[in-house]
Design a protein around this ligand. Structure first.
Ligand SMILES: [Zn+2]
Ligand SMILES: [Zn+2]
Length: 223
């Protein structure tokens, strides 16, 4: 139970901290339409439920490690850390693309993912504004990584940090790199805003390559 509350408190702190921080960044506003009535309040409410789901997953993962079903490396091997973090970053991108495409299948979209898409104009508070099924699906990124390799605890801890930074920036509705073409990784906020306004295409997050390879990228008019 302590792990549940610690994870909930840490994740909530990161969620509110990065939402507040990113809102103070100078950026090129992407979508000028107004927010829905009570949008931010609803986004925070749903995000709190998602963070509770992530905390539950942390408890279950610890339990699976204790049972010997999953393995975590406790000692730190410094030369391995950057490699492990790079692998986890790519896994996070692949996992998100696969889950997000699944969430856009007809039934899952209508019953689950539609909640995230209520934020037609995203805000950093939309980051975890999910149906709880979506939170459980996307929150499985760390647990599923451990099915393949016993990552170190330090590398694993960078995963939620990477996720929250990229998600807060990606839902900012402000482009910090407006001169970059849409196919550039740093145009991720523009690509994800287009996904929110058009409801299909651009299923990847930071890396544009999966949408390019699987022909799911949205073309930007006039570019
Ligand atoms: Zn979507
Ligand atoms: Zn989104």
């Amino acid at each position: 139970m302590i792990l549940f509350f610690l994870t909930f408190a840490a994740f909530s702190g990161l969620y509110f901290g990065f939402a507040w921080l990113t809102l103070h960044l100078p950026g090129h506003k992407i979508d000028h339409r107004p927010l829905r009535k009570n949008q931010i309040r609803n986004e925070i409410g749903l995000s709190m439920i998602s963070i509770a789901c992530f905390s539950g997953i942390a408890v279950v993962t610890k339990w699976l490690v204790e049972l010997g079903i999953l393995e975590v490396t406790w000692e730190i091997v410094w030369w391995k850390l950057p490699l492990e973090i790079a692998v986890l970053f790519f896994w996070n991108e692949i996992h998100f693309y696969l889950c997000h495409r699944l969430l856009h299948t007809s039934w899952l979209y209508r019953h689950v993912h539609v909640r995230h898409h209520r934020s037609v104009v995203p805000t950093p508070y939309s980051t975890y504004s999910f149906h709880f099924v979506e939170a459980l699906l996307l929150g499985s990124v760390m647990t599923t990584a451990l099915l393949f390799y016993p990552f170190s605890l330090v590398s694993l801890m960078t995963l939620p940090l990477m996720s929250i930074i990229l998600n807060a920036l990606g839902h900012l509705n402000a482009d910090l790199f407006p001169s970059r073409p849409l196919s550039h990784p740093l145009a991720f906020a523009r690509r994800h805003s287009m996904h929110h306004s058009q409801n299909s295409g651009n299923y990847g997050f930071f890396l544009p390559w999966f949408d390019m390879w699987f022909r799911s990228a949205i073309k930007q008019k006039g570019r």
